[in-house]
Ligand binder design. Structure first.
Ligand code: FES
Length: 332
């Protein structure tokens, strides 16, 4: 899915920050060098200056000035976070942050006969700009927006006002969850579906799409590797061949930790898409939480390799529980 993107780092100033929904802040940045922003684009933000590169998080650009002189992100404060989302929520007007120019890994193909857009929770940030463009183009589209409650829905009123009957809201609190099989059945052979949201929602749609006759290339998704099957928790990683052990914080990736302790690793997307950061799994105490979209379901079930930029280990479910998760790996 990754496209050729040139990563250009620069500084940006925070011009606005405000809460727009439960645990969601809208943060507007003024980059030193403006670039026009297209729907589906994101930027990377350095959220911690430690390590060789510092910890980096990806955030969709939810909207931007025409000339890119200002752009806005919306960040969900992850429960128990001490990492990226806590840093982003602590920003104040006038702060300076290190960011990339906009990067495109989720392009909207203009000209399809019909579209379905699906956003789960904070995934609305990747989908909102696409919906606006499709409306401006007069395209045949519908938007499905899921969240746990109305209070957790960023941009709810704006989306209702802009898209009217084309918008379908699905709320856990009202028992109106998205009917995934029904949605996929409603897709026409030429419909393109774009989605961004929690892994469970995207996985359900991927499975339903894969078991239909629909063209697999018409299903497109954005993942920031920040949601998994288990809550993130600290765990230990050991590389016996190198005699290295690292403790992974709950808001740190294995890749970041290996970087921190001086183990050289290849990586590119850092979002679980390219597979460049894969490591061999020699043993686990706990359950591997595969958060990438690079490996197939079969490869994930085998768990002999994992993408260490996003995938983690959790102490597991009741049948496979350990007090503290441990992972033994080898690196290329
Ligand atoms: S760096 Fe691309 S999958 Fe990890």
């Amino acid at each position: 899915m990754a496209t050729a993107n040139t990563v250009v780092w620069q500084d940006a100033e925070v011009t606005v920050t405000r809460e727009i929904a439960d645990r969601i802040r809208r943060i507007t940045l003024r980059p030193d060098t403006p670039h026009r922003v297209r729907p589906g684009e994101h930027i990377e933000v350095v959220v911690d200056g430690t390590g060789v590169r510092g910890a980096v998080r990806s955030y969709s650009v939810v909207d931007a000035a025409e000339d890119g002189s200002e752009l806005s992100l919306s960040v969900f404060h992850t429960p128990h976070s001490r990492g990226g989302s806590t840093f982003m929520h602590s920003l104040e007007v006038g702060d300076r942050v290190r960011v990339t120019a906009p990067l495109q890994d989720f392009p909207l193909r203009v000209g399809a006969p019909s579209y379905i857009l699906v956003a789960g929770g904070i995934g609305i940030t990747a989908v909102r700009g696409m919906a606006s463009l499709l409306k401006r183009l007069g395209a045949d589209y519908e938007v499905h927006y899921s969240a746990r409650s109305p209070e957790a829905m960023a941009y709810r009123e704006e989306m209702v006002a802009e898209h009217g009957d084309r918008l379908h809201l699905h709320l856990d609190s009202e028992g109106t969850q998205l009917d995934v099989p029904g949605l996929v059945t409603s897709a026409r052979p030429e419909t393109e579906l774009y989605m961004c949201g929690p892994i469970r929602l995207m996985d359900a749609i991927r499975r339903a799409w894969a078991s239909s006759d629909l063209d697999p290339t018409n299903l497109r998704f954005e993942t920031f590797g920040n949601s998994g099957w288990f809550e993130p928790e600290p765990f230990s990683v050991e590389i016996p061949r190198l005699g290295v052990t690292a403790e992974i914080g709950e808001n740190e990736s294995v890749l970041e930790a290996l970087d921190r302790v001086g183990v050289p690793m290849m990586s590119s997307c850092r979002r679980g898409e390219c597979g460049l950061c894969q490591v061999s799994v020699l043993g686990t105490e706990g359950s591997i939480d595969h958060r990438d979209v690079f490996f197939s379901d079969k490869q994930k079930a085998a768990s002999s390799r994992m993408c260490c930029c996003v995938s983690r280990v959790a102490s597991g479910d009741r049948d496979n529980h350990t007090d503290r998760a441990r992972l033994t790996i080898d690196v290329p």
